[in-house]
Design a protein around this ligand. Structure first.
Ligand code: HEC
Length: 161
């Protein structure tokens, strides 16, 4: 190996390490916690797409608030339980908390909601940059950042499909 080839592979190695560090910083855990008791949440709608089935759940207090045309209160969890081919694949969780929005700059912020991806063992997917979740849910800013909340007023005990 010539000296210049060796030093350029060193440069690539350092650049790779820096990239890895940057990426780990983006994939930090945040203030979202996995809900203590999934059974205490209400399964209000199911979304099916090919072999994907999503059960969407939230707290009784959020159901009540949204029925009354109020925003979901602080302390609310929304959980999207994602099944692939009938097997649990992952959980997507949104949590609203007092001051959660202050963790992000204005462009990224989704009011006081934060987002997280959990594996079936409830560990965090550290490869995910949750800015992606926020950027898509930002489209729903006019609906408290939620896509399916408008189904809640029609919910009468059987998950809406
Ligand atoms: C490209 C757009 C997009 C991205 C990215 C995205 N979502 Fe969503 N999300 C949706 C849509 C659309 C729905 C409604 C359900 C459906 O159609 O699958 C939804 C529903 C949800 C729900 C149920 C509450 C609601 O809004 O109806 C949660 C919780 C959720 N997403 C969390 C997340 C998390 C966590 C991430 C990132 C790991 C994420 N989402 C990334 C589009 C997105």
């Amino acid at each position: 190996m010539t000296i210049s080839a060796r030093s350029s592979s060193l440069v690539a190695l350092v650049a790779g390490a820096l990239l890895l560090v940057g990426w780990q910083v983006q994939a930090e855990s945040n203030r979202v916690t996995f809900p203590e008791d999934l059974d205490a949440l209400v399964h209000y709608t199911t979304v099916r797409r090919g072999n994907v089935t999503e059960h969407i759940l939230t707290t009784p207090a959020a159901i009540e608030a949204i029925r009354n045309r109020q925003p979901a209160p602080a302390g609310t969890h929304f959980v999207l339980v994602d099944y692939r081919g009938g097997q649990l694949y992952r959980y997507f969780v949104m949590e609203k908390g007092e001051g959660f929005g202050a963790d992000y700059d204005e462009r990224r912020r989704t009011a006081d909601w934060q987002f997280q991806w959990f594996w079936p063992d409830r560990s965090i997917n550290t490869n995910e940059n949750t800015a992606r979740c926020q950027s898509c849910h930002n489209r729903q800013a006019g609906a408290d950042y939620l896509f399916t909340a408008r189904r809640i007023p029609r919910f009468n005990g059987t998950p809406i499909e």
